[in-house]
Design a binder for this molecule. Sequence first.
Ligand code: AMP
Ligand code: MG
Length: 435
Amino acid sequence: MNQKKRKSHYHADMLSVEDAREKILSKFKTLNPIQINILESVGSVISENIISEINVPPLDNSAMDGYAVIKNDLLKADDENIIYLDVIEEIPAGTIPKLSLSPGQASRIMTGAPIPSGSDAVVPFEDTNELENNDKNKIGIKISVKNLENIRKKSEDIKKGSVIIKKGSLITSATVGVMASIGREKVSVIRKPIIGILSTGNELLEPGEKNQDGKIYNSNTYTLSSLVTEFGATPLIQKHALDKVEDLEKKLAKLKDVDLIVTSAGVSKGDYDIVKDVLDKNGDINLWSVNMRPAKPLAFGIITIDGKKIPLLGVPGNPVSAMIAFEKFGRYAIDKMKGKPLRNRPIIKANLESDIINHDGRRLYSRVKVIVDSSSKIIAVPIKNQSSGVLTSMHEANGLAICPSDIDILKKGEKIDVEMFNWNENISDILNNEE
Ligand code: AMP
Ligand code: MG
């Protein structure tokens, strides 16, 4: 290892990322359950056991388009010895067979249609002479079949009376389908948190507004709100506030019904950072220095709006810092409110393509793009400009390389830890190649 241990720069006044997260999470609890349509439930945690009132499939049915037969009729059937059966019925999907089979008989059957009584196998069309044969009342069979061949058994998917989805599980797209398959329309889930989003700054314009000298477009509202959606909560966006106490208070007042307010900017040391004053006046908010780069300054606490106490997370204004602060703190709060297990990102080992320098002894999250080269080596390529104002670096990166606070430099060629935040199409290669 080329890593050099650092002894200086110990930041006793800073909170570790983990301690800051723990303090934040202690102010959140799982939200209440609500009944919703299954179509709205993906990504939520289910708050009931789902017990099926039906069997799925409800009856033995055909897995192929073909002919329902009696296997013993076909013991000697093959290409050279076609065996002819009398066709007594046609059974489309969604109907019930009227006739039962006796030896020497077959019913033409479609995929999903119930098997007629007496039948114990289905022969697919391609193993019959249906195409060559003009007599609709007869069918020539070219194969022998095993017991239950091409038959899907009643209740092989779901047994009536069984618990098929356990309380506390995460609802995936497949879970929604399973609920639909037993005819469930509504389900009880932990409700989605509503996250109020409020950017602050006199310099901000909204996308769609005409560009002006000296102004910049507000991107934080848009990244934060997209992150909120990505993590399965509902963003409630307030138009950005000016650096004026009254404007900020007026806009905060509109967020009185949310589960968490995320503000951006005004938490570092600047003359116009009136956010701090407003938070001080209206709540119990603390300004922290977190031992990380980017996103050292952070505000967190409880703000009182109209007598309601609401957690508030103030992330820094710099666009990369705002995203990384949300990634490290905000998303965990959402998961906790949703009743989900708190999960860190998967960490992979990658070969570093060029040095990463840690010059002030904080835990460094360096934006990298992880790629797999032609010899299947996993390489972390640091994005050139690591300024916390350069938002395109987040667009280019798919992971954050972690440099511990007590290490000065991660050297080119070293194996380093990368937290993957974007699974791109390379990731299956990456995981397959991991040591
Ligand atoms: P501040 O935290 O107010 O000192 O802002 C730090 C930097 O982030 C400044 O360059 C701001 O212009 C920029 N910034 C603040 N808010 C936003 C925002 N909503 N979107 C994009 N950049 C912002
Ligand atoms: Mg500002």
